[in-house]
Design a protein. Sequence first.
Length: 127
Amino acid sequence: MSLDNRAASVDQDLLGLPRTQPERVQLDISLSWTQCCAIMAPCGEVNISSVPLLHIQLGAIAAHVKDELVIDLSLVRFLDSSGLSFLVTADEELRSRGVRLVILSPTRQIRRLCDLSGLTSYLVIRQ
């Protein structure tokens, strides 16, 4: 799934801001299923522009996941605070459905972000 996400624009002239071009979302999301779990594998950058795509994908599959949703982060080049927030929100939503979220193969930088933010003790993270 690859979408070109364009944010609604504010009248930048009124704010005295320079005109900017909308950002192109740099995220592809693949989805696969096993008997007991779904595996979501984003590839690219997980940031404020691309997180809405993850929320859409999660909303589309959450009701169909039986036991576990695995989010494979091995192909994520960049993850910001909105990406961390998505992981927390996804975990809370899935727990309310009796489903476990597992974060798989985060890069060293993403693992460090999880450590610094305290999410390592909150989320299930596997290498």
